[in-house]
Design a protein around this ligand. Structure first.
Ligand code: UD1
Ligand code: UDP
Length: 371
């Protein structure tokens, strides 16, 4: 029997690896699968583990407030060594471009385990944006054995780096597998939080905001806050709902700048199914998130992306996503335009599924079974 170790540490990795963990539960005759969380995130990771009912076999519990990349990286390396030596996995699964993914991939390489990279081949080709994620995902690709690319475009990026085509499989993105699970559950059984939001937002246009990217820390966040304040003041019929990332470098400026504006609601990070319910209820989304750019086309929600570059060109091509940078004037201008210009709004809110049909995990496991 082959042994799998699935490693993740942050909220988005957990959302996108959870359906894979659950799908492997149907294959216990072929694989022994263990889950290792680094705890790079804590509360935001636990929200997802609770929702998907995943109890990790190993929890390194590494998060520290305001952690540095140096400290986090070195602590993940030293802890993972013990787990790899103890479990000796045939396959180690890592996801995307976080510090957890990069360190887990290199650790598995040192330990002689085959590396399976989920969400492989995303590129901006700009090492400063997103930072440090573009470097992380390129480093992971260098040591990966099997690359699970979400789209043909991401496969193309890997082939251009001389990775052999029989080591790359296009599967769609597991974020859509998670989205379908989450939507089904929240529609069948709306939580108290959803019922409260329904009542609070009745008859109001909702703009949903998230932001956390390192390259926006400092000046970028202040620009974003300035734009949100102006949008809120100009459009009294709008409610801006902003679940604020727990990073103190985000919490402090956002709360200092936006707490006193009556139609801006600053709330803690939402549970995943409640967040996707709110995406669906929103008129417009303003974000610098990667995952939200992938979910939005399937929900037909226009997104202003507060970044200079994106590794998700499919969502731009679909017409769902517009890049606005952390540029206060541009964020304000584009948001006001989408609130006023119905034709443009209609064009941007068509449903598209560039990231697949929610069956990515089955495709990943089909491939692994044949190895
Ligand atoms: C990380 C990832 C980023 C991903 C993001 C998802 C890296 C380098 N960055 O960035 O790619 O997009 O997660 O959200 O891997 N915190 C808490 N509780 C939590 C989570 C975070 O208090 O549950 C606070 C802590 O003070 C922590 C800080 O946020 O030190 C930063 O967390 P960290 O994972 O280092 O960076 P993110 O900006 O979250
Ligand atoms: N998300 C969530 N609660 C929130 C905000 C986001 O569950 O309050 C989900 C969202 O649906 C998406 C993922 O978190 O699947 C995105 O995470 P994040 O933006 O932190 O990271 P990124 O995708 O940019 O790496």
């Amino acid at each position: 029997m082959k042994k799998n170790l699935i490693v993740f540490g942050t909220r988005p990795e957990a959302i996108k690896m959870a359906p894979l963990v659950k799908t492997f539960e149907h294959y216990t005759d072929s694989f022994e699968t263990k889950v290792c969380v680094t705890g790079q995130h804590r509360e935001m990771l636990d929200q997802v583990l609770d929702f998907f009912e995943i109890v990790p076999d190993y929890d390194l519990d590494l998060m520290k407030p305001n952690q540095s990349l140096f400290d986090l990286t070195s602590r993940i390396f030293s802890e993972l060594q013990n787990i790899l030596n103890d479990f000796k996995p045939d396959f180690t699964f890592v996801h995307g471009d976080t510090t957890t993914a990069m360190v887990a991939a290199i650790s598995a390489f040192y330990a002689g385990s085959k590396i399976c990279h989920i969400e492989a081949g995303l590129r901006t080709f700009n090492l400063t944006s997103p930072f440090p994620e573009e470097a992380n995902r390129q480093l992971v690709s260098r040591v990966t054995n099997y690359h699970f690319a979400p789209t043909d475009n991401s496969k193309g990026n890997l082939l251009a780096e001389n990775i052999k085509s029989n080591a790359v499989v296009v599967t769609g993105n597991t974020v859509i597998d998670a989205l379908l699970i989450g939507l089904k559950k929240i529609e069948r059984n709306p939580s108290q939080e959803v019922l409260k939001m329904k009542e609070l937002f009745v008859d109001r246009k909702v703009i949903l905001v998230t932001g956390h990217r390192r390259e926006n820390h400092g000046k970028g966040i202040l620009n974003i806050c300035k734009a949100l304040k102006n949008i809120a003041i100009k459009n009294e019929d709008v409610i801006i709902v902003y679940p604020v990332h727990l990073n103190p470098k985000v919490q402090k400026p956002v709360r200092d700048f936006l707490s006193d504006i009556s139609n801006i609601h600053l709330i803690p990070p939402l549970n995943y199914p409640e967040f996707i319910w709110l995406m669906n209820r929103s008129k417009l989304i303003i974000t610098d998130s990667g995952g939200v750019q992938e979910e939005a086309p399937s929900l037909g929600k226009p997104v202003l992306v507060m970044r200079e570059t994106t590794e998700r060109p499919e969502a731009v091509d679909a017409g769902t996503v517009v890049l606005v940078g952390a540029n206060a004037e541009l964020i304000e201008k584009e948001a006001n335009d989408l609130l006023e210009n119905d034709d443009r709004y209609e064009r941007m809110s068509k449903l598209h599924n560039p990231y697949g049909d929610g069956r990515s995990c089955e495709k990943i496991i089909d491939f692994i079974k044949k190895l």
